[in-house]
Design a protein. Structure first.
Lengths: 902, 281
């Protein structure tokens, strides 16, 4: 059937079934790859387009319904609509785009509003954008960009030649060095819709792979007649299963814990686990139906919680792990038990948290192609070199035979460190010698990729009569799901961090990772530390109350300082910045306490159900791997024509490493940010800058970039007397001079009691939250959030604010609404993340206590930003209405149930 | 294709009926859409909100956004407020009221206000046209009285006094794009003394099908809109036997019972307060 419509003003005719989703027609038939697909269910708004001027989710529109209509996408609006052009500029200048995968949907959705109202209220902007989810930015910069985009005063929009569309050099700022906030070097593609993400890069003739997955938590399965299946389905080329994996059918991220198969062999251990892959022509696979695949699953008894998995009768997931216990982390200093027994006050806290889904808006996607005896992979990732090495093992080939070339990555937050799409397409492409692509559906993404660990924590903290901490015990069980992933890292990090950034002289902390028949838990912004902080910061509020101290003053009184040992016995001579963070909040804290007090008097008098409260929490986080080598290498070269190239392999998943690393390099070398050409992450082109994880890129890769800049400067100085370089010899990449510098943070191993130097650098944070609780409905409304972060040196303040906003938004989700229930909340309407209406104004206070190791003094930030948020919210809820929510999230029903009776 | 042709086709074999597509596509999960559907947005005669002597007719192609922009008496305020709580603007622009009814979700955003308006459902088939009260049409979770050969062509809403006021509240775990834990719609009309002459209270998400609370309505009839305490007492004393909430990811049974009273009380007081300025004027 032929359907005519106009796309961005151009008449088009497509011959597809009229029920084909408009989003599929736009992307697959009309090359409109600026239309992103995040959920295929209207839950995320990424695919927003205008149909006759009104915004719609293209994934929910049958293409037959747009016959005769005008369809506009961001790429068209950027060409022809001044309102959208100004908005795109504002997104750049406000830092409103991070990973950029939701940006097209946001720009499209805001356009009808801005056509009618050039200076909309914040509420109107929220109503217009409530249907587009963003997981990176925390929405506040999006709101300010939309509300201010059409004002003449907005920088960069005064004249047409300054507009992002018309100026090739919008990000040029020769003074843009360390401490400045130049526009993101990769920002333009993100706001024009031209950025290429994992699903945007495959060649047109790539075969399409679909995955057959376990329908329930634990099964035994047998394949039926695969040959008959292939005969019945012309266009399906081959089915792959465990027997087709040429190398090792196992992957993981930590060498002693490589336990996850590419394809399950006879048994599955979690719902959504891959058992086979079906590869065929794109046109055939577009109508693929997994229901007629020949396989029989038999459901087996399963355990879904750590408590159940520890029972003596529980089925064992892995033969090598007795009692389903994967591993344990332990830190002991002094005699905590004795100290607590003699403490004037103690506080016991028991905390339960659930699985938290990363919910990046870009589902996993990419493709692989075999080139001779090599495999090349293109798609989203946070860890190209680790991916390369794992795929080499899976295929049984050398690491030099594998190339991982990251596309733009639409958010990661830890989960895209692990393999997901890569081994599936690598195995298929290796056998078929054709390009093979895969794109996870939202359901597959949520079922099969890693989660934040559910934690069951029991902690006791004690202090003396003057409020000085005496000791603490901490025991945490972390549900690591069916496979190890980063579970060992969580088990190790938690005991090191569970004291918080405070001086605790006597301390025992243990964290265990427990296998269950759930989606694997892995890395998620903070590696278990946010869960631990909830327990510790809740206990601190209780102790402060018992002692009769102000809650902020109690924390300040106990704050770790230079010269005092951490719980691992590490003593910093300098750069412990937690005191400065709390001091930065002090005046706002006093004001907020007074304000909520006054408001509560009024509401009680008016018989209103609202109660106001304010909460505070601190946090710390060690940057980089725990007591392990963690190097980054950055390369730079100059050609004979004096053009400078920076080989920057630190994957930018939206957080801004492309810009920050470039700034540091340029500052050290002594050129403007516009004078360097960036060569992005690719294992064939950039040296290993490690993984984008553990808040390490600014600190570790930044240091390597600084060293590279300095080394290049030295090389160039040697050529001062050679004004003409055209006759000089060049290396195989065409460089006259080329440097490659490595930085590895100095750490020391931990002993059997966890004593040692786990990290060279910690970053510090304190946040306060003001909110109201409706004591009849249990609803929490956040009023404002103030975040003070010791970043050592703010390399790029705008990007730092972006990290703070985004991390706080994830902390809000963790505290108030997010709970992944395997098998139940596998979509973005049952699993809720905050929308633009759920994030209050956020004030960022950048504290700079320079670190001797950090580049220009900088410390990491990426994970610190969400650690204090959830405990500050929970403490504020308790302050407002007395409800101690200890089983997260604090949904309205949980809050209402926790409000003490009369 | 005409509506008549579509009805003829349906009388011969089953086809999915699609309007805004906002429930149809998500229900496919990861499967490809069927090739043949009946797309009722193609029928221009179903796209209007029409006013007749004694009722309003909301065609099956009318979207939530269309409803919000339409000039309608204030008895429709709750329905309009519900419209603005449907998913997001993207959904409101495509999704239809009739689709919301036919999808028969216990949490359908339109149901409480439509029930409070005594809406009826117009079903057409090649056999003819029939009109069913909405309360009878939706028979359970994902279940309606629509016959296989029928298309729901419109919702019919009786005309009420121009003085009738209404209000709506929805409770969810986040601001936008949220399926509610509980919803309340209230329509009230009163005489010049402020004595309540018509009272309709409907609750969503707390029973398999959104429910009218007729005992509570009867208890409130005749009360005065200024008697806030009396109204709240009635709400507080009611037993809510019409409701049978479940425990699910959006809230526990106990929670729903507990908040529904607060929501009804607040909505009732809000609606009653809408009268006050006019009486003083």
């Amino acid at each position: 059937m032929s359907i005519d419509f106009r796309i961005n003003g151009q008449a088009v005719e497509v011959s597809v079934p009229s029920t084909t989703r408009l989003s599929d027609v736009l992307r697959d038939h009309l090359e409109c790859r600026d239309v992103k697909v995040g959920c295929n269910a209207g839950d995320c708004g990424l695919c927003s387009v205008l149909v006759d001027g009104d915004v719609a989710c293209a994934c929910l529109v049958p293409v037959g319904q747009v016959a005769g209509c005008d369809v506009e996408t961001v790429a068209g609006l950027i060409q022809s609509e001044p309102v959208t052009q100004r908005l795109a500029d504002a997104f750049l200048t406000h830092g409103a785009a991070q990973c950029g995968v939701c940006t097209p949907g946001l720009l499209v959705s805001a356009t009808p509003l801005l056509r009618e109202d050039s200076q909309p209220s914040e509420q109107a902007a929220k109503d217009a954008l409530g249907g587009v989810l963003c997981r990176c930015t925390g929405y506040r910069k999006i709101l300010s960009a939309v509300c201010q985009s059409q004002c003449a005063e907005t920088p960069g929009t005064e004249t047409p030649e300054n507009s992002a569309m018309n100026s090739a050099n919008v990000y040029v700022n020769a003074d843009a060095i360390v401490g400045q906030s130049p526009l993101r070097v990769d920002g333009r593609n993100k706001v024009f819709g031209t950025e290429k993400f994992g699903d945007d890069v495959a060649p047109a003739d790539a075969l399409v792979l679909k995955v057959i997955r376990s329908p329930t938590h634990r099964t035994r399965f047998t394949f039926g007649d695969i040959d008959g299946y292939l005969q019945r389905h012309p266009g399906i080329h081959r089915v792959f299963s465990a027997k087709d994996v040429p190398g090792s059918n196992a992957f993981g991220v930590i060498p002693p814990f490589i336990d996850q198969p590419v394809f399950a062999e006879s048994h599955t251990r979690f719902k959504g686990e891959a058992v086979a892959a079906v590869v065929g022509d794109a046109s055939v696979m577009a109508r693929f139906n997994a229901d007629d695949f020949p396989i029989e699953f038999e459901e087996l008894p399963c355990v879904l919680t750590a408590r159940d998995a520890l029972a003596s009768t529980a089925p064992q997931l892995h033969a090598s792990s007795e009692h389903n216990t994967m591993c344990e982390g332990f830190v002991k200093r002094g005699d905590a038990k004795a100290a607590l027994e003699t403490s004037a006050f103690t506080a016991d806290v028991a905390i339960e948290t659930g699985f938290v889904e990363h919910a990046y808006l870009e589902p996993e996607a990419g493709y692989a192609i075999r080139t001779g005896d090599r495999i090349e992979m293109f798609g989203c990732t946070q860890a190209p070199y680790m991916n390369r090495d794992s795929i080499a093992d899976v295929l049984g080939i050398g690491t030099d035979q594998v190339r991982m070339s990251p596309s733009a990555t639409g958010g990661g937050f830890g989960s895209k460190l692990d393999l997901s799409w890569q081994p599936l397409v690598a195995v298929a492409a290796w056998h078929l010698n054709r390009a093979v692509r895969v794109t996870f559906t939202r359901r597959e993404s949520m079922q099969s990729t890693t989660k934040r660990h559910p934690a069951s924590i029991n902690a006791r903290f004690g202090c003396d009569a003057s409020g000085t901490l005496t000791g603490a015990t901490f025991e945490g069980y972390f549900n690591t799901g069916a496979y190890a992933s980063w579970g060992p890292t969580v088990a190790n990090r938690v005991p090191i961090h569970a004291s918080g950034p405070y001086a605790v002289p006597h301390y025992t902390a243990r964290a265990k990772g427990i296998y269950t028949h759930c989606s694997p838990s892995g890395a998620f912004r903070g590696f278990g530390v946010p869960q631990a902080a909830i327990a510790q910061e809740s206990a601190f509020d209780e102790l402060a109350t018992k002692v009769g101290m102000d809650r902020l003053e109690f924390r300040l009184h106990n704050a770790l300082t230079n010269g005092r040992a951490t719980v691992t016995g590490q003593v910093f001579d300098t750069a412990v910045g937690i005191t400065e963070c709390f001091e930065a909040l002090r005046s706002r804290w006093q004001e907020a306490k007074q304000r909520v007090n006054d408001k509560n008097k009024q509401t009680i008098k008016a018989n209103s159900a609202l109660r106001y409260g304010v909460g505070i929490a601190g946090g710390w986080y060690g940057c980089g791997n725990t007591s392990l080598p963690n190097p980054s290498t950055i390369k730079a070269g100059i050609r004979a024509d004096r053009t400078v190239y920076l080989h920057q392999g630190a994957v930018d998943i939206g957080q801004g490493s492309n810009t920050v690393i470039t700034q540091i390099f340029c500052d050290a070398f002594g050129i403007g940010i516009d004078e360097v050409t960036l060569i992005g992450s690719d294992t064939d082109k950039t040296p290993d800058a490690g993984k984008t994880s553990a808040s390490r890129q600014t600190f570790v890769s930044g240091n390597a970039a600084r060293l590279a800049g300095l080394a290049l400067r030295e090389q160039v100085t040697r050529l001062d007397n050679t004004p003409d370089w055209s006759g000089l010899p060049v290396d195989k990449e065409g460089y006259v001079v080329c440097v490659s510098e490595t930085y590895d943070p100095p750490t020391e191993p931990l002993d059997e009691n966890g004593q040692g130097v786990p990290y060279a650098v910690y970053g510090y944070a304190a946040q306060m939250v003001e909110l109201s609780v409706d004591i009849e409905l249990g609803q929490v409304e956040l009023i404002n959030l103030v975040a003070a972060h010791d970043v050592g040196k703010a390399i790029n303040p705008l990007l730092i604010e972006g990290q703070i906003h985004g991390g706080a938004a994830q902390g809000i989700g963790l505290a108030l609404m997010e709970s992944f229930i395997p098998g139940r909340t596998e979509n973005l309407h049952d699993y809720l993340i905050p929308t633009i209406g759920d994030i209050p104004p956020i004030e960022s206070i950048l504290v700079e206590v320079a670190d001797p190791h950090g580049p220009f003094g900088a410390k990491g930030l990426g994970e610190h930003v969400l650690i204090p948020t959830a405990p500050a919210i929970l403490n504020a809820i308790q302050h407002a209405c007395g409800a101690r929510v200890r089983n997260l999230p604090a949904t309205p029903d949980a809050v209402l149930a926790a409000i003490p009776g009369e | 294709m005409s509506l008549q042709r579509a009805l003829a086709l349906l009388s011969e074999s089953a086809f999915p009926v699609v309007a805004g597509g906002t429930d149809f596509y998500p229900s496919l999960q990861d499967k490809a859409p069927p090739l043949d559907v009946i797309d009722i947005t193609k029928f221009d005669e179903l796209k209007q909100i029409e006013r007749f002597d004694d009722h309003w007719r909301i065609g099956a192609g009318v979207t939530w956004s269309q409803l919000v922009k339409a000039e309608l008496p204030q008895a429709f305020s709750a329905l309009k407020a519900g419209a603005l709580e449907v998913g997001s603007i993207q959904i409101q622009n495509r999704a239809t009221l009739v689709g919301n009814v036919c999808n028969a979700s216990p949490a359908a955003d339109g149901m409480p206000a439509l029930l409070a308006l005594d809406a009826q459902v117009e079903c057409q088939s090649s056999r003819g046209t029939r009109v069913v009260p909405l309360s009878a049409f939706v028979s359970g979770v994902r279940s309606t009285d629509k016959q296989a050969d029928e298309i729901v062509t419109a919702l019919l809403v009786p005309k009420f006094s121009h003085t009738e006021c209404s209000g709506f509240k929805k409770l969810g775990a986040r601001r936008y794009l949220v399926i509610s834990a509980a919803m309340v719609a209230v329509n009230i009309d009163c005489d010049e003394q402020g004595d309540i002459q018509r009272c309709a209270i409907a609750v969503g998400s707390c029973s398999p099908v959104a429910a009218r609370l007729s005992d509570l309505e009867n208890a409130i009839l005749g009360a005065n809109i200024a008697d806030t305490q009396g109204l709240l007492n009635a709400v507080s004393l009611h037993h809510y036997r019409e409701l049978s909430p479940i425990d699910d990811v959006r809230g526990s049974k106990a929670y729903r019972f507990s908040v529904v009273k607060a929501l009804i009380g607040r909505t009732l007081i809000d609606v009653c307060s809408q009268f006050t300025p006019r009486r003083n004027a």
